[in-house]
Design a protein around this ligand. Structure first.
Ligand SMILES: *[C@@H]1O[C@H](CO)[C@@H](O)[C@H](O)[C@H]1NC(C)=O
Ligand SMILES: *[C@@H]1O[C@H](CO)[C@@H](O)[C@H](O)[C@H]1NC(C)=O
Ligand SMILES: [Ca+2]
Ligand SMILES: [Ca+2]
Ligand SMILES: [Ca+2]
Length: 328
């Protein structure tokens, strides 16, 4: 019985101190944190943003344990030595390197590759980490793979929207979560942000959902949105896909098929430089909008996606091991 109580207490303690997180990240016990390798190369700026939007940081080899876990994460995927971006950058001023969470380069035990760092052409402001363990300074604009890291010791819990981002709010009427982004973006940036948050630009599937979005918009009055740009429109998830007038959701359905196609009076009007992107007014009536125009936007998220996992013991799925098994 004592043992039972002990393990129960231990279990509670474990759950409280090491938080659950998205299952597409892998928990590693050595660093008590969650790792996800993004194997598709992106610029450093986009890599940083994607990790940040997931409640994670762009991973840096800040200790020998972190370096070992990063190499492990890469070795499971890349068969050859590969350089990935780390969170170490000097994008604010040349040669002042910090991790994205503020640890100065001088505190980090890096092993440099031969002749690195050299700030080649005075254009290198981001630090890469090779799966062979060596670091180099490289251009931030040249796309590379990267790893996002979420400390398992963060106190913020995953909420009912299935995210650590408490700006997602659940609406029983549609059983979906929505986030109103007050920081404006182009349609392209808005689509990136919603996707990185594991949602999509909001798609109106019913009158009920239009009412929900009206409410979401009303909860964000002009006075709560800093900056000078239009605040009476917000991007949502439809687009003409290159053929003006044939407006479809970002999931490919016509607006009618999706369940809501009410444009505001006089819209769509293809104003200014041509309007291919979808937006709503505060009335939740639709508008076609110039895609490059930075305005607020609304993301929609299924609370059950992505699934959430508890921290577990390390799972070993080494490619090396698989190869070894084959050889035997
Ligand atoms: C590791 O890779 C770098 C390139 O990123 C290369 O310059 C270096 O020689 C390699 N080091 C070893 C020990 O293979
Ligand atoms: C939309 O507007 C653009 C820019 O004024 C114009 O080039 C294009 O032909 C218009 N398209 C339609 C279908 O009206
Ligand atoms: Ca260099
Ligand atoms: Ca919807
Ligand atoms: Ca319009």
């Amino acid at each position: 019985m004592k043992t039972f109580i002990k393990s129960f207490v231990f279990l509670l303690f474990f759950i409280y101190t090491e938080c659950a997180f998205r299952c597409d990240y892998q928990y590693r016990q050595l660093t008590k944190g969650w790792f996800k390798l993004y194997e598709v190369p992106e610029t450093w700026q986009d890599a940083r943003l994607r990790c940040t939007l997931q409640g994670a940081v762009l991973a840096s080899p800040t200790s020998s344990a972190m370096a070992a876990e990063m190499r492990h994460t890469m070795k499971n995927f890349f068969l050859q030595d590969t350089e990935i971006f780390t969170g170490l950058h000097a994008t604010f001023s040349s040669q002042s390197y910090y991790t994205v969470d503020g640890i100065p380069l001088s505190k980090i035990p890096l092993v440099w590759a031969n002749n690195e760092p050299d700030n080649f052409g005075n254009k290198e402001r981001c630090i890469t980490f090779n799966s062979n363990g060596s670091a180099a300074d490289r251009m931030c604009e040249e796309p590379r793979p990267y790893i996002c890291f979420r400390s398992g010791e963060k106190e913020v819990l995953t909420n009912r929207c299935g995210t650590v981002d408490d700006e997602y709010h659940y609406y029983a009427k549609t059983k979906k979560c929505y986030k109103f982004h007050r920081v404006p973006g182009s349609f392209e940036r808005a689509h990136f942000v919603c996707s990185a948050e594991n949602g999509h630009l909001a798609i109106i599937n019913s009158e009920d959902e239009a009412e929900v979005l009206r409410k979401v918009f009303a909860d964000n009055p002009d006075s709560s949105i800093p900056g000078s740009f239009r605040k009476e429109v917000a991007y949502i998830g439809f687009h003409d896909w290159g053929t003006w007038g044939d407006f479809r959701t970002v999931h490919g359905e016509t607006l009618k098929e999706a369940g809501y196609d009410k444009f505001s009076g006089g819209e769509p009007n293809n104003a200014t430089t041509g309007e291919h992107c979808g937006a709503i007014y505060r009335s939740a009536l639709l508008d076609d909008l110039w895609c490059d125009k930075p305005v607020p936007f609304i993301c929609e998220k299924d609370p059950a996606y992505p699934p959430i996992c508890q921290p577990t013991a390390d799972e070993e799925i080494d490619i090396d091991e698989r190869f070894n098994n084959k050889v035997e």
